[in-house]
Design a binder for this molecule. Sequence first.
Ligand SMILES: Cc1cc2nc3c(=O)[nH]c(=O)nc-3n(C[C@H](O)[C@H](O)[C@H](O)COP(=O)(O)OP(=O)(O)OC[C@H]3O[C@@H](n4cnc5c(N)ncnc54)[C@H](O)[C@@H]3O)c2cc1C
Length: 469
Amino acid sequence: MSDFDYDLFTIGAGSGGVRASRMAAQYGARVAVAEEYRPGGTCVIRGCVPKILFAYASHFAEEFEDAANFGWTVGETRFDWKALVANKDSEIDRLSRIYQRNLRNAGAELIDSRAVVRGPHTVYLEAEDREVTAKHILVAVGAWPAFPDNVIGVEHAISSNEIFHLEALPERIVIVGGGYIAVEFAGIMNGLGVETTMLYRGAEPLRGFDLDIRTTLCREMAEKGVRVLTEMDVKSIEKTGDGLLVVARNEAEFETDMVLYATGRHPMTKGLGLETAGVKLDAVGAVIVDEYSRSSCESLYAVGDVTNRMNLTPVAIREGAAIAETLFNDNPTSVDYRDVPTAVFSQPAVGTVGLTEHEARDRHGDAIDIYKAYFRSLKHTITGRQEHMLMKLVVHQKTDKVLGVHLIGPDAPEVIQLAAVAVKMGATKKQFDDTVAVHPSAAEELVTLREKYVPQEMEVSHGAQRAAP
Ligand SMILES: Cc1cc2nc3c(=O)[nH]c(=O)nc-3n(C[C@H](O)[C@H](O)[C@H](O)COP(=O)(O)OP(=O)(O)OC[C@H]3O[C@@H](n4cnc5c(N)ncnc54)[C@H](O)[C@@H]3O)c2cc1C
């Protein structure tokens, strides 16, 4: 028995902290977890889960409209924001309780308190005004929305935290940002009938994604009614008689009722006492860790968004699991960050895995083949919507390996999960081609892309889901 109160003390019961703690307890470690708000963390309380529920809600308006072309008569429809928020809240309550139960069932102690570090093995619990000691401390405190400090009146804006609890929907919203949270909320708000303007500083939203995805998403969002304005840097937000006025540095002005800032998130390390353990942070305050998530302090580890490596729930979970393996199962484990699939629940949605065309060309020069299809799905030949899907494969000429898959379309997040298995296994383009298509589906286009793409204006084909010849 060690001299410490615990073998592992985890700060933060979010995705990464809970996974590490549960597994460590199951391996027999004495584990405690401090949570200052609600178990579940960002993903459950104010991230992935509430966001996807809102996204589901926002699709119905289009579905009601489209139903008519399939012969349905839909009566008068009405949207009740409060009902959506209440139902979302009860689902979050349920999930948060499951997180608590899972921790306790695994044998970990859950402490309702903010915790701060007081040394390499010491944690102070604010709510209980006491110190505890642990052989290992795991910092899994996540990140928090950040606002720029050079925008006058930015205090009038809200972040993604507040949007989940609005009393009422605004009539107009300006969303500032071009990352996945910005484009997702642009789709949600637009779908719920809010006049939506998205202002982004760069040339296309979704920096880091394949350029075809970025340009296509921009166009498709505009087609759906979102006013997407790029190269628009916000200078100030002023309160007016009945709303807000957003002024850009090029003097463009936008009247609105609400401004949502989604320009980034910062690790929650401020005031956490990490300096007392000699933990090194980077310029944005992220804990610097090695491949085993160990910080510059030997006994202190960090996982998830607080390390700002790849800020996704499944990655935080993997990092947490790796900690438990490394520390309590005699199995040093690091996370493989290659070919991590990711989805953006924009409208239309995005799914992506592997290298973008740009990254592939940087790595392999011209020895890259591109295959792509840009098409209207069969459904929209009937609805009349000008909505298009994009499917793109990035292939290494020498090995024939599929290095990247990039999709835009309603089911892109579902499709990309399985495409990611193939990419992770090192599948070749020939193996994609050898796979028989599922017809009539949109995803069949992924295995029927025969012609290499020759750079030119993207052509609209009839694409997948056409009637069998
Ligand atoms: C709007 C939004 C949508 C998102 N959508 C997706 C998505 O679709 N897919 C995806 O993969 N990822 C998504 N993410 C990202 C995902 O939520 C995060 O990557 C993930 O939650 C990170 O997990 P974590 O364990 O690092 O931290 P978190 O889940 O944030 O958990 C940290 C926990 O620590 C607690 N805490 C902080 N400081 C202290 C302290 N001092 N003492 C005690 N407790 C403390 C916090 O209250 C919190 O519960 C989204 C994020 C946002 C904001």
